[in-house]
Design a protein around this ligand. Sequence first.
Ligand SMILES: [Zn+2]
Ligand SMILES: [Zn+2]
Length: 290
Amino acid sequence: METSPYSDFAVQFWGVRGSIPTPGKDTVRYGGNTSCIEMRAGGKRLIFDGGTGLQVLGKSLLKQQPVEAYLFFTHYHWDHIQGFPFFTPAFIPGNCFHIHGAVPPDGDSMQQHFLERILHPNSPVPIDGIQANLKFYDLVCGEKFAIDDITFETRPLNHPNNAMGYRVTWQGHSVFYCTDTEHFPDRMDENVLYLAQNADLLIYDAMYTDEEYHNPKSPKYGWGHSTWQEAVKLCKVAGVKKLVIFHHDPIHHDDFLDNLDVEVKLAYPNSVMAKEGLIIDVVNSSCYYQ
Ligand SMILES: [Zn+2]
Ligand SMILES: [Zn+2]
């Protein structure tokens, strides 16, 4: 994104799939890598989640070393951390990564919890292989903090083992990264509604359709994910400018997602399907594909 036509606040999608990587001919257009998005704000590089999309982002960063980036984790399910042991810039001295995440439910520090999951015995990567400078930051869900002129607001999401939503604001423009989360049957989630208020961009966990979610043979209640219909409802109530349908179900192949795109746009015209290579300029709402 160094020589880009975008303004100084843009989002790039490197992994858009939920739950498990899904390579193959039926997912090649939207992509099969799990959650990883990059934001560039005021010259800083922010990375949200480290699913397998992070490995691809890592390759692109090799041309831009030394790299300094700020990583933020919504939670520690595999589909959001699995790319980190294969994130090449972390193995190269001179690079620096500031790693942020909530203190996990078991009370470990973020650093301990994270490293236990990405190193032995869960992967072949030894700790001394990581040559970049890693700095860890424990976040308390609900707090607001700033990195220079970028502000971050966080709230808990409704997800098994907890997850955290991030609203990122720079020069009056905001992006709300809202995955993984399940809506409530009887009311809007006030935490989600709070962070979504007048956001320029909402990136939402729309893993299911309402029909799939309520499928009597296999309902998805309690699985921790939401639907595109709930995303549209939220956008209308909160006055969101642009909606991004994100965390695609592994069974949703390209043709299915094309049809979904048409359906979502009928309900909310300023919407877009997350796709690997999609870049959105947050300031003017334009989309580009790489
Ligand atoms: Zn997930
Ligand atoms: Zn999850």
